[in-house]
Design a protein around this ligand. Structure first.
Ligand code: 13P
Length: 248
């Protein structure tokens, strides 16, 4: 059975005062759902020290282990600070920092080497969707961003359509199903059914308490990567509960 994962990406939000939100989220922990919060790197060590059963992750890592890369963090540093996961290839990294699929694959390998679970993000832009290129883009990003040897114990994959992030626009369940079914089929072609069936596939982009149940009912959706609605326990807790209540 695949793991269900409710993941929060705090992006560039949160100072020490926000740790109380993680504390309040503990009340929603339930055996069938893994919960992950990726706070800013400045909070990882403190969050990991008080997060109980909530896993803590980074939002990015460098592909190298160490060296002259001012401002960057290695996967081993995140692991040492208490992170158990790291997001790679988020669309904001791809656009703000010109990260290519090859960069994302290198970061994902670095994450594995440090013992971190990678949450690899892919997703089409509005222009790509409107030109009918969505599945081509998803296929290319999947092939290029996920290194050989990926398994469910090292890798989670998040489909985040760029046009749905922070916009309040969510694809219809049919559109989400089309992409998630396609991802599962592509993964099956590459890794074989046994390995491919194990990967948890997350949907991300304007997930909220009000749409979570509908999204979690979609085939091949095993959880969510949540931005804005993961910042407050009052918003995130119902999303965790909706995932727990969804059919396997
Ligand atoms: P929002 O939930 O704020 O749309 O952000 C989604 C996201 O980018 C999570 O990584």
């Amino acid at each position: 059975m695949r793991r269900k994962l409710a993941a929060g990406n705090w992006k560039m939000n949160g100072t020490t005062a926000a740790l109380s939100e993680i504390d309040a989220m503990k009340a929603a922990l339930t055996p069938g759902v893994d919960v992950l919060i990726c706070p800013p790197a400045t909070l990882i060590a403190q969050a990991a020290a008080m997060s109980g059963g909530i896993a803590i992750g980074g939002q990015d890592c460098h592909a190298k282990d160490s060296g002259a890369h001012t401002g960057d963090l290695s996967a081993a540093m995140l692991q040492d600070a208490g992170a158990r996961y790291v997001i790679t290839g988020h669309s904001e990294r791809r656009s703000d920092h010109a990260e290519s699929d090859a960069d994302v694959a290198a970061k994902t390998l670095a994450a594995w080497n440090a013992g971190l679970m990678a949450v690899v993000c892919i997703g089409e832009t509005l222009q790509e969707r409107e030109s009918g290129d969505t599945l081509d883009v998803i296929g290319r990003q999947l092939a290029g961003s996920i290194p050989d040897g990926a398994t469910a114990s090292t890798t989670v994959i998040a489909y985040e359509p760029v046009w749905a992030i922070g916009t309040g626009k969510v694809p219809t369940p049919d559109l989400i199903a089309e992409v998630h079914d396609f991802m599962r089929a592509e993964l099956t072609g590459r890794f074989g059914a046994e390995v491919a069936d194990g990967f948890s596939l997350l949907y991300g982009g304007s997930v909220k308490a009000s749409n979570a149940e509908e999204i979690f009912a979609v085939s091949n959706v095993d959880g969510a990567l949540v931005g804005g609605a993961s910042l407050k326990a009052a918003d995130f807790t119902p999303i965790i509960s909706a995932l727990a209540a969804s059919a396997d």
